[in-house]
Design a protein around this ligand. Structure first.
Ligand code: SF4
Ligand code: SF4
Ligand code: SF4
Length: 264
């Protein structure tokens, strides 16, 4: 294993694995770890707070910097208050949007049925809240005992494994996806490269759409494909904010047209 990967691994091991993106890295802790290894300041992990910023500064032998502040008050251990999400279940319309938004698969439910959050697994990352069309997810304080350093390590390893399993599932669905994309596409290649060079997380396979890869389109078809893709993206964006049966039907038709043009 090369020394840069070892360094990224050590940095990643100190990050909470909440995958919330509050450090400015949309895809979560690993891209931030990579960027820190390349020189980015190491005080931007919001849920990690001052303890994580200091641990990173020690590891990297850099000056300690004040951690970027959270909107939540600081707990006794110096980290921001831990939160949990709860669904007001009688208001849930079972749209499933929160499921694919949750990086650690803490939500259970299926189409048109009420959804629930597995409280023990929820990290309070808030990523399920914006996609919910009826705004029925609340955040409440986590009242459980504070975690010890050893508990943090166990929790982080578990969350990393859950996130990588989530990425693999999203990757498998990516090619044949029919529904709206709730979370922006994850940079699977980065995670696959990392996971395949370490022994402590499950491997991630990047799935290539070989059917698409081998096709050569004429100019007219290329223009048509570009138009359809733009319309699909626009509709997916609109549907991620608000449900609309007509737009959903149009999206299905466009996806069908796209598949047909692509020879699927
Ligand atoms: S837990 Fe910290 S490092 Fe991980 S995504 Fe959130 S802010 Fe970034
Ligand atoms: S249930 Fe919501 S707040 Fe909890 S981990 Fe999943 S996305 Fe984050
Ligand atoms: S996004 Fe909201 S309405 Fe849709 S399933 Fe989740 S909690 Fe229910």
């Amino acid at each position: 294993m090369n020394s840069q990967i070892i360094l990224i691994q050590k940095i990643d091991a100190l990050l909470p694995q909440t995958q919330c993106g509050l450090c400015g890295h949309r895809d979560g802790c690993l891209p931030y770890a990579k960027s820190i290894a390349e020189g980015e300041e190491a005080n931007k992990c919001v849920p990690g707070g001052q303890p994580v910023a200091d641990a990173l500064a020690n590891l990297l032998q850099r000056t300690q910097l004040p951690a970027v502040e959270s909107v939540w008050p600081v707990q006794q251990d110096g980290r921001p208050q831990r939160m949990k999400a709860v669904i007001r279940e009688d208001e849930c319309i079972g749209c499933t949007k929160c499921i694919s938004a949750c990086p650690v698969d803490a939500i259970i439910g299926s189409g048109k049925l009420m959804h629930s959050i597995l409280t023990d697994l929820c990290t309070g990352c808030e990523l399920c809240i914006p996609p919910c069309p009826v705004d029925c997810i609340d955040l409440i304080e986590d009242t459980q005992n504070l975690l010890t350093d050893a508990d943090h390590v166990i929790e982080q390893n578990d969350l990393r494994t859950r996130y990588y399993a989530h990425i693999q599932r999203e990757e498998k669905q990516r090619i044949n996806r029919k529904g709206p994309v709730v979370r922006a596409e994850i940079d699977t290649t980065l995670f696959a490269q990392f996971a395949n060079q370490t022994n402590n997380t499950s491997k991630i396979e990047v799935i290539e759409n070989t059917q698409q890869k081998n096709l050569v389109y004429d100019a007219q078809t290329t223009i048509e494909l570009a138009k359809i893709r733009t319309q699909i993206k626009k509709l997916e964006k609109q549907l991620s904010v608000r449900e609309d049966a007509k737009k959903q039907a149009l999206l299905a038709t466009l996806n069908q047209q796209l598949n047909t043009l692509q020879g699927g």
